[in-house]
Write a protein of this length. Structure first.
Length: 387
């Protein structure tokens, strides 16, 4: 089935332009690089409203398969690092085709142009590498190197890139190491979430070049896109928008079971006047991002609401401290319990008060500076350090 015979694909392109997820100068690339050409026969379109994935095979239901390919939604293409078999969803999604609106927004942030060299971290299906190859034009001195840690994923992406006629160097390896053989690069793009910007990316980027990468803390799954200008040994820039990507495998977090934390017996009990509406703002709001900055080494888990009550848990990563706040419908205050070396809710509430005291700034007011000494997040200007 060709793109011309798929009205849903044409409608998707118009929607991306009208919603400004895709800049007009990227429209020729969207037309030339068909997402469907990079998807496997068996895939799991992900419903972002219900957070469920359902298998579809092109050989069995091509109409449903192409409808999923032409929808602005993520598609899982691998579960459990490739160990999963069968059509039912696996335990953890470990490779995917990202939402087209997210991909083209990242490409817009990258400010790539004809003749540039680009390092693409996290090959996945290969579609992003193809888009970069189309835009850079290897025949005009540009070139794309794409790095993928999973050999099977890389092999499949390489085959699809070759079949579609796109020229990119496909590398199996740890993306944190970059790919020095084709350095220096004008641009580095990561389509995996990272907790640290690797030094190799700075070293392999030309002075004045850009690194665009989803960055965040372990506090939540959602990150913010850091758009960093590289200088000699350093990089700095602002965050552009919230986003969620699968995390780089070397930087994944495995949280201990709840039972590994401090016992509930003897937990300190208190109350707070922070309300659920104020605090549970959704993972893509700026608040969880800021809490992760101000409360280091902590993970938040927001439980579902049951019988009018919603627990929100906090777990320490450096020790076995924990806290829980329970919001109840109609109550003026929420109950709090906390135990361990740290008083995590006290830290979280203090961070919340700081954020509201700053005028509840969004992601765009924050920036990141990376130096050999570490990472510094700032508000409005690099001198105003947040964490």
């Amino acid at each position: 089935m060709t793109g011309e015979s798929r009205p849903a694909r044409r409608a998707l392109g118009r929607a991306l332009l009208e919603g400004r997820a895709m800049a007009a100068d990227w429209a020729p690339t969207f037309d030339a690089v068909d997402r469907a050409a990079f998807l496997p026969d068996l895939m799991w379109p992900f419903d972002t409203r219900t957070h469920t994935a359902t298998a579809v095979r092109r050989a069995e239901d091509p109409d449903a398969w192409y409808a999923a390919a032409d929808r602005d939604a993520p598609i899982v293409t691998q579960w459990d690092d490739g160990a999963h078999t069968g059509t039912e969803p696996g335990r953890v999604s470990t490779s995917s085709s990202s939402m087209p609106s997210v991909v083209y927004a990242l490409l817009q942030d990258l400010a790539v142009d004809d003749g540039m060299t680009v390092l693409d971290i996290g090959t996945g299906t290969g579609e992003t590498a193809a888009a970069l190859a189309h835009r850079c034009g290897s025949g005009n001195g540009g070139g794309v190197a794409t790095v993928e840690v999973d050999p099977a994923v890389s092999r499949q992406a390489g085959a699809r890139l070759r079949a579609a006629g796109w020229d990119a160097t496909v590398v199996v390896g740890d993306g944190a190491q970059g790919y020095a053989d084709q350095a220096p690069y004008d641009r580095v793009l990561a389509t995996v979430g990272v907790r640290e910007i690797p030094g190799a990316w700075l070293e392999q980027t030309r002075p004045g070049g850009l690194i665009v990468a989803p960055w965040g803390t372990h506090f939540t799954h959602a990150d913010a896109v850091a758009r960093l200008t590289v200088h000699q040994g350093t990089a700095t820039g602002r965050f552009t928008r919230p986003v969620e990507f699968m995390k780089a495998r070397a930087q994944r977090l495995t949280l201990p079971d709840h039972g590994a934390y401090a016992p509930t017996d003897g937990a300190d009990a208190s109350t707070t006047d922070v309300t659920e509406a104020e605090f549970v703002t959704g993972q893509y709001s700026a608040l969880p991002f800021v809490l992760g900055l101000r409360v280091p080494q902590c993970v938040q888990v927001v439980a579902g609401k049951e019988d009018g009550a919603r627990p929100v848990w906090f777990y320490g990563l450096g020790d076995r401290s924990w806290a829980c706040v329970v919001f109840r419908d109609g109550a003026d205050t929420a109950r709090v319990w906390q135990a361990g070396e740290r008083r995590l809710w006290d830290e979280v509430e203090g961070a919340y008060r700081w954020w509201t005291g700053q005028g509840a700034p969004g992601h765009g007011r924050f920036g990141l500076t990376v130096t050999p000494e570490g990472h510094r997040v700032w508000l409005d200007e690099p001198a105003a350090i947040v964490s």
